[in-house]
Design a protein. Structure first.
Lengths: 187, 433
């Protein structure tokens, strides 16, 4: 986990489920074969209805058509981000597209766990309804140790919830490194 | 010692502790890990990456692989997934691999876990599928995890868990004949919302729950995840033991809560006052009494999945449909090969359940997840265009059953069957005699 995550924000609404993050039809691609795994970057968030893509204006695809990477590094969402299936392809797809952090009011637990244990994106929670305060394209900066978000475009600062116990896993890189540190994997 | 819930006791026992408290982060020993075709190959890759090409799974008797999602399709990537599972099962000499195209093939993993005796009271079971919570109907802790966690379990047999708080849902009274477990769980989700149970246990309790068969109990725990729950659980009783003992002689230890265990919250329902409900598009918590949507024009009816594709689901639907014809395309997809076989054996007034559907003009599919999650374009029963669908499945997010423009209503098998007869959403009380 980086100390500072800085980049453009991409804003979506509430209850973004895993079918919206990566539609089920695309799950057939390999997560390891390079030409296939980049398809996850291409289709990341493609299941979000068009008028809800990139709020407040909408109609802004996360990854441009024919591209495999997104210019947005931080996703801002409302409540219950990542609900639905257990597919780890969801945080994987976001990471593959170049996203580094998600800031949401709450998460579905499997998505949250997958993000942390796989070391894909840093899932921050916040009590503030940031989707009303940040717009797609704003430049934001997260201080991961202090759990704060600064909006460079508007100059506003926001508090995020501390990461708590999972910070150790994120710092280790993923759950395997963490388990090694704990002596659970001897290699 | 402070009293504990069933979930807390099971987790404590598997962490080698006397007791745990909600919020504790603990490492637990896993009794069963289940995976399937869509979410099986990625953990295998990660397992090899982290533990080495030659590494052995921690206990081949505890890994259960049930391909079920994308089975009857020509999609080359989907077929490759099955080949990867087959190769892995062969390489590790796995006794519990249920291969496609053989007599061992089972169908939907959560139903198969029950049928094959892998759901044992007091156990800890993880699966690479969000509806792994279904197994909790047998008084065990079960929950879904992703690829990375599954790979860690494959290598170590261990996983970290944050001990959840428990929400208790008590159902009292005699269940009226027009209601099914599906109506009860849709009522719960409608009440607390799709994130009302996030990180928590949903425990189902009360006389009306213990009156239910195991299949119906599984419908309750199946949809715990639709309220965001970590696990769903029902204390085991004689019905549970009879079901399990008919399928396995593996040892298990039933676990019950302490009398004064603390709950996060408690909800009490009198089932005699409840009514048939649907979840309207596009969320499982968008609850409405069927009466509110009666007459809604339908393009498709779907009976299937781990939620609504068990033998009793078809039995209930067949009683409604028997001797009549459906007025709208109706797809019938048994969850498992055992369900399919039983549908061809069990009769209602001399006609098999299977024949009742065939005579009514339904389209019959084969055991798999089918169109429950949309799937490849050639999937049987997949929602297309702007179709309006009523389904016994568990999710109706945009695009879940295929087309993003389709609109899916979730309901009990009774309500779906009644609606199939009229081509519009119908209150099952109108057709039940
Ligand atoms: S039937 Fe549907 S909900 Fe059940 S495991 Fe298959 S895809 Fe998931």
């Amino acid at each position: 986990m980086k100390d500072v995550i800085r980049g453009l924000a991409y804003v979506v609404g509430d209850a973004i489920d895993t079918d919206q993050i990566i539609p089920a039809a695309h799950l057939v691609y390999s997560l390891t074969v390079p030409e296939e795994r980049r398809m996850y970057g291409r289709y990341a968030l493609s299941g979000v209805p068009a008028d809800q893509q990139g709020l407040p204006q909408g109609g802004v695809p996360f990854t441009p058509e024919d591209a495999f990477e997104s210019e947005y590094k931080v996703i801002i969402s409302g409540s219950n981000f990542g609900c639905g299936s257990s597919r780890e392809h969801a945080p994987f797809a976001l990471a593959e597209a170049g996203c580094e952090a998600v800031v949401a009011e709450s998460y579905a637990r499997i998505f949250y766990r997958n993000s942390v244990d796989g070391g894909f994106v840093v899932p921050f929670e916040t009590r503030v309804r940031l989707i009303d305060r940040i717009e797609t394209g704003h430049e934001v900066e997260i201080d991961t140790a202090r759990s704060t978000l600064h909006n460079h475009t508007t100059g506003e600062d926001f508090l995020l919830n501390p990461l708590g116990d999972v910070a150790d896993i994120l710092k280790a890189g993923n759950v395997f490194e963490y388990a090694r540190q704990q002596g659970l994997i001897i290699t | 010692m402070a009293p504990q819930t069933i979930t807390e006791k099971i987790l404590a026992a598997h962490a080698g502790r006397e007791r745990v408290t909600p919020g504790d982060n603990i490492w637990v020993n896993v009794d069963i890990l289940m995976t399937h075709d869509v979410c099986g190959p990625p953990p295998i890759d990660i397992f090899k990456r982290e533990f080495g090409d030659k590494a052995k799974v921690w206990d081949s008797d505890k890994l259960v692989i049930l391909p079920d999602h994308y089975i009857f399709t020509e999609d080359p990537h989907a077929r490759r997934n099955i080949e990867l599972l087959r190769a892995f099962a062969h390489e590790h000499d796995l006794p519990h691999y249920y291969d496609v195209g053989t007599s061992r093939y089972k169908g939907v993993c959560h139903v198969a876990l029950a049928e094959e005796g892998f759901n044992r009271p007091g156990n800890v079971l993880f699966g690479t599928d969000s509806h792994t919570c279904t197994s909790g109907a047998f008084g065990l802790f079960s929950t879904g995890v992703g690829n990375t966690d599954a790979a860690l379990i494959m290598g170590t047999g261990k996983i970290w868990v944050k001990v959840p708080e428990t929400m208790r849902f008590v159902f009292e009274g005699d269940l009226p004949p027009y209601l099914m477990a599906k109506d009860l769980i849709l009522a719960v989700i409608g009440e607390i919302g799709t994130d009302g149970g996030t990180y928590r246990t949903l425990e189902f309790d009360g006389g009306a729950v213990y009156d239910l068969s195991m299949q119906e109990r599984m419908t309750l725990t199946n949809m715990a995840i639709e309220a965001g729950g970590k696990n769903g659980i029902i204390a085991p009783d004689q019905v549970t033991f009879d079901f399990v003992r008919a399928r396995t002689d593996a040892p298990f230890q039933a676990v019950y809560r302490d009398a004064d265990a603390k709950f996060h919250s408690e909800y009490v329902f009198d089932v005699t006052e409840m009514v048939p409900v649907v979840a309207k598009p596009h969320s499982p918590d968008n609850k409405a009494p069927v009466t509110e949507v009666v007459g809604t024009r339908l393009d498709k009816c779907y009976i299937g999945s781990c939620t609504g594709g068990k033998l009793e689901d078809f039995e209930a639907a067949a009683r409604v449909i028997k001797g009549q014809e459906v007025k709208v395309a109706t797809y019938v997809v048994p969850a498992s090969t055992e369900v399919e076989r039983r549908m061809k054996e069990v009769t209602i007034d001399g006609q098999t359940i299977w024949d009742i559907f065939v005579s009514a003009g339904c389209m019959m599919g084969h055991a798999s997840c089918g169109a429950c999650l949309g799937g490849p374009i050639d999937t049987f029963g997949r929602a297309v265009g702007t179709e309006v669908v009523i389904s016994t499945t568990n999710r109706n997010f945009p695009g879940r059953m295929g087309s993003k423009m389709s609109a899916v209503y979730l309901a009990s098998p009774l309500t779906v069957a009644a609606s199939a007869l009229n081509g519009v959403i119908t209150d099952p009380r109108e057709v039940l005699v």
